[in-house]
Design a protein around this ligand. Structure first.
Ligand SMILES: Cc1ncc(COP(=O)(O)O)c(C=O)c1O
Length: 405
């Protein structure tokens, strides 16, 4: 009997598997499943897939740094010098001079004492929040924060509460609820990843100071994007150094993978000796560490010009969509929701776009609240004005086809 595969138990675990598999099968049966579509080649803002050449609107290469020759060269030299892996965790044998140089570069870029790099942005939030917020502490999180922040808060041993999105009166209500003696960490995205709106930093800083709370901001979608030189939300609001725990990713504007925290020396020393995801997980590969460091250097050199192009493109794209009758929500950044509200319409619009050379994807519940389905189109500095005009025409036809406009 033991060599027969056992019957699967009909339990909650199996129910969850079945529910997801049937959702995927349903989308596939309608030929509307475009997730995990493989890109075979990259040519500026265009990509080659099995279905041909498509204009990409589903990546986060905000400043168009992917395949930048200086960055690619740095990665190649790192492989020649160190090989492809580190075979170790940072605390023990896995640290290369490249990791330390990357951390110094990040700290200098953000005007902080030091930085710590983790293996992904997701892991950075998970590790940092759960390590910082202990028993008796409070973590107070914006309701629309990224999943990695939510998961970090859930994992933390302290008390986890949320405030209404970007609502400072509600943040104050939460801060008042926390015992005066409790450690308090307020966490928010700088630019929200589904709606493209910006966190009201000045008001939040004032509240954090009033209630003795620390402020952690996730700059995943604001690095390279906000501020004239792309230094992020502090530059945008003209408030250098006000964030206590500054988090960023190395997978969006920076064309690599990984995440980081930068801040004062005590914070970084603490995380480097207490964060389990740093202590018990292997160091970034050499090519990635070198590419990420080079990415920051390129922003320092070319950020102003690339940022100017990005802003021009954002205005062109959002303006064009609105003029055609689309609802783009509250976005003022390169993350542009094209609201369909209805899940079926989101699938229909996606299918039309993908069949007409525009690579865009739907965002559906539970990633967004029920009734808030949309396409999420990310515009970058790699798009030319002609690319954007081309895409606007396709979106317009798709919107009419799906009954959105
Ligand atoms: C706001 C935000 N934080 C963190 C992450 C996770 O970053 P990474 O993809 O580098 O793990 C993301 C990813 O999309 C994000 O949008």
């Amino acid at each position: 009997m033991l060599n027969q595969p056992p019957a699967k138990p009909r339990d909650g675990l199996q129910w969850r598997i079945d529910a997801m598999v049937s959702r995927v099968e349903d989308a596939k049966s309608k030929n509307a499943y475009y997730y995990q579509q493989a890109v075979q080649e990259i040519d500026g803002a265009w990509v080659i897939t099995e279905e041909g050449r498509k204009l990409m609107f589903a990546t986060y290469s905000y400043l168009g740094l992917l395949k930048h020759p200086y960055i690619d060269q740095a990665a190649k030299e790192a492989i020649d010098r160190y090989g492809t892996g580190t075979h170790g965790v940072r605390l023990l044998g896995g640290t290369l001079d490249l990791h330390l140089e990357l951390e110094k570069t990040i700290a200098r870029f953000h005007g902080r004492d030091d930085a710590i790099v983790f293996s992904s942005g997701y892991v950075t939030n998970l590790a940092t929040i759960s390590t910082l917020v202990g028993k008796g502490d409070w973590v107070i999180s914006d309701k629309w924060n990224h999943a990695s922040i939510v998961d970090g808060c859930t994992l933390a041993r302290g008390h986890f509460v949320r405030f209404r999105h970007n609502d400072m009166a509600d943040l104050e209500r939460r801060l008042k609820q926390a015992p005066e003696s409790a450690g308090k960490l307020v966490v928010a995205d700088a630019v929200f990843s589904m709606d493209g709106d910006i966190f009201p930093l000045p008001d939040a800083v004032e509240l954090c100071r009033k209630y003795n709370a620390r402020l952690m901001i996730d700059e995943a979608h604001s690095l390279g994007v906000l501020g004239d030189t792309g230094h992020g939300i502090e530059e945008h609001f003209g408030m250098p150094g006000v964030i206590d725990v500054k988090m960023g990713t190395l997978s969006k504007t920076i064309p690599g993978v990984g995440g980081y925290i930068t801040g004062d020396q005590e914070l970084i020393t603490f995380l480097k000796h207490a964060a389990r995801a740093f202590i018990f997980s292997a160091a970034l590969p050499p090519a990635v560490a070198a590419a990420c460091k080079a990415g920051f250097e390129v922003i320092e050199q070319e950020g102003v010009e690339r940022n100017r192009i990005l802003r021009r493109n954002v205005e062109h794209f959002i303006g064009g969509l609105k003029a055609r009758g689309f609802d783009t929500g509250v976005s003022v950044t390169p993350i542009v929701p094209i609201m369909t509200y209805d899940e079926e319409k989101a699938f229909l619009m996606t299918k039309y776009c993908q069949e007409h050379k525009v690579f865009v994807l739907p965002v559906l519940p539970p990633a967004v609240p029920p009734g808030k389905s949309r396409l999420r189109a990310n515009v970058t500095a790699a798009h030319t004005p002609e690319d954007i005009d081309f895409a606007l025409d396709v979106f317009e036809a798709a919107g009419k086809y799906a009954g959105v406009i």
